[in-house]
Structures are given as structure tokens and as C-alpha cells.
Ligand binder design. Sequence first.
Ligand code: UN1
Length: 505
Amino acid sequence: MTDEIISVIGGKQTSGTPGDVYESVNPAHLDEVVARVGLADAETFAAACRTAAAAQTEWAAVPAPVRGRVIASIGRLVEANAETLARLVTREIGKPYAEALGEVREIVDTCDFFLGEGRRLYGQTVPSEMPDKSLFTFRVPVGVAAVITAGNFPVAVPSWYLVPALLAGNAVVWKPAEYAAASAHALHRLFTAAGLPDGVLNLVLTDGATAYRGLETALGESTVHKVGFTGSTEVGRRIGELCGRHLQSPCLELGGKNPMVVMPDADLDLAVEGALFAGFGTAGQRCTSLGTVIVHESVREEFLTRYTRAVADAVIGDPSEDVLCGPLLDERFAARFEEYLGWIGPHHSVVSGPVGRITPDNPRRNFTGEGGLYYHPVVVDGVRPDDRLFLEETFGPIVGVTGFTTLEEAIGLANRPGYGLSSSIYTTDPKAAFRFRSGIGAGMVSVNNSTSGAEAHLPFGGNGKSGNGSRQSGVWVLDQFTRWQALNWDYSGRLQKAQMDVAEI
Ligand code: UN1
């Protein structure tokens, strides 16, 4: 059975432009349409922002601890429906079921964290330089947040925006990826069923270009006050420029070219396990996926031998089963991945076996899929610092390998692509680990663990081409969805002038 889904604005199903329909397809079974998605036009996006702006004042007036109770209900509802939601995520984007369930768990973790923040949304008391005067700070909601998210984490990553934004008293317009629209629609239903008033969380189903035009209108009308965007560096740059024109700084969570350094004293089996999960788990389609292994020359051969064996032994296939990874997200991502495969040059050495789509003519051992957008995992040895393969994000199952001799050289190589999201080092030497931490430009560093798998209460985000320094998760994200207001309260009964009437001692 195929669901028909449309946008939900102000609590009402809203069709936008009838007739413009996108089919969200199961990438493991391309003949299965998971949902027919009625796409909204740009005016509908702008109208959703107006609806959100109208609903926001009342929501902000709800005491924060009560908003926290709504977040608690969302967490309970998501938990009660975890398996159904995870199965839908698996069906719609081909994420292995265990990972999809983990992704749903991450929403519950996020709710667990923020429900208490409703009772903590602390401000400060600040000493005044004058007598009989008190200074305070308050966190106030920004207003309306427009949240535009990718489909590789169709429910967890959106929740990193939605939960803190709502808790802090904002209204939200959420535009998920079209190819993950059914998962988004299901999550939206759970959020609103938990007791959010109409208009506080609006779902707009449309494509990126249309949302951009709608956002342009909304920013011009001052009905959006913060943009949260997770997606490619290229689109993030355009959104950043648009927001900049309206004197806004968005929360940008963009691509990554995440390095893993393997030191000579590393536990090689552990490093191989980390490189397998980070490189090929989620079919390499995380922003935190591994880009390049930078391995010490003295262990390079041994690492490659064990890594290629692990890659060959891994099971790829039907994401409803216990597999390392399933198919790519959709046809567009598959086409782009084929372009990246074209970057493999004559000076590279593909050490993992066949390359390209897995088909009866290009088979793989340890494969349980049938049809679908499945690709061979690729390990390319000999990537060089000027190669596109070394410098650019290759969203998909491909990992480059290069060697180094000194830690300084490894850090230089790790920083070279100019992204700065995640990174990791495998070593038993704390000195090397700390030097790596201080030398690396990434927002996130792992020691003896993979580049992916961030926890929901640590600051998540990147620098350079990975973002504009904004951070999600934990208390840090509150700085995205609130602004500080200063209160200056004089009870001296006379005009005290700052800087001029400083108390004498
Ligand atoms: C992303 O790919 O957009 O750390 C986020 C991780 C996940 C989040 C990835 N928890 O890999």
C-alpha cells in the first residue's frame, strides 16, 4: 500500500501545488513506492512561516517546565513507536534496521536531555558596578526556526533542531528531504500528538529549490528568525549567503572529509573495526563517515591486509537483516557516487576488489540484496594530497588510504581538505592523542573510536567547510535557539549613570 502525504501547516493537511508529486522509493526494492509526496510551492512555505509566527507568541508564554513536559511526552511516544518508525526509516532510505532503531533511540535521548532543560533554562544574576542596582540575563526564544534537513538521518538529526527549538519557546517550520518524506511525516505526527498546539510545528514537504525561494520570502517578511540546515557544503554556502543578507547567522551542519590517523602503536584490529564501521556503515553516507585513513608507513601494509579482509568479509544487502550496510539513499545519490568513482585515477590502487553497482554481472560475495542501489565498498590506496578523492567529500562507500611518517605530517594531511567535522586517531600513546587533539581543526575528535557515532549531549558540529562554527546537541545548541536579553534594574531611586557613577571604595 502506498501512502499519500502532504504538508501539515497550522494543524491542517495542506496541499500547496496539487499535481506536483514526488515518489519516495525504497532504495532496496526500486519498484516499491513508499509514499507519494504532494510537493508544496514556495508560497506555501512562506505561508507556513507566517502561521508559525502567529502561533509562536502563545507557545513562548507556556512556562518552560510545561514545555519540557511536552518534550517528555514526545520522547515517550517516540519510544513507544520506535520499532514502527525504525522499520519505516529502513524501508524508505535503506538504513539497516539496527542502525535505524539506534537513530530513533537518539531522538529519545535528545528528549531525555531537553525535558529537564525546561526546568533549567537558566539566566544569570550579574553584579552591578553601582549600589542598589541588579543585573540579570534571560534566554529568550528567537521566534520562528526554519529547519531544513537531509535524509540520511531522517528522524534523529531533525530532532536535534526540533526538540531544543520547541523547548526554548520557538515555533518551527520543518522541510525534510523529499526522499525521506514518509519518515518525516510519521515523526511529525508523533510530535504533534504529544500535545504541541497547532501551528507550533509545521511540516512543509517540498524540494530544496522551492524551499529556498519560500525562505527568501519569509526572511524578507521577518517571519523566520533562525535557519537550521543540515546538508551539503554547497547548499549550506547558499543558505549562509541568503541569511547573511538578512543579518542572520544560520546553524549550518555541512559535509565532512573525516580523517582517521593510525599510529604505529595502534591496536590494529580496533582501528580496522573503526575504519570498517566509519567508512562503510550507513553505506558511507554520514556527514561523519570516514574519508581517508592516514596510516603510519610502518604498519601500512599490515593495516591494508587486515582492512581489505574485513571489507571483503562484511555482509552487504537487505537492510531489514543484520548487514553492515544496505543500498544508497536514492537514485540521485547513486548517480553522484558514480561520479566520485570516476575520480579514481591511474596512480591509485583499488585494493578492495570490484567497483560499481552490485549486479549479477558484477557480483559480490557476502551479498544478500536483490536489485536495489547497492554498491561495492571501495578502498583506494595511494591517494595523494592534491587528489579530488583526498580533498572532497565522497558521500558513499569509498575510503582513501595514504601513509605518513611523523605525527605533524599526519595532522597536516588530516587538516588539508579544509573540512573540520569529525576526526579520529588510533594510538596507545596519550601524548600523541593530545597533540592530535590540539592540532586538528575538527569540531569532534575521537581517540580509539570511529569518526561517526556522536552522542546526543555533546556539542556536534564543524568548522571550515563543515559549517560556520555553530554547534548542535547538549546545552550548546540553546545558543542557536535563544538570544540573551539583559535586564538592568535600578532600585536606588536616582539616576545612576554607568561608567560615571561607579561606587567609590
Ligand atoms: C549526519 O550524518 O548528518 O555521529 C549526522 C554520527 C551520527 C550523526 C551523523 N550520530 O555519526
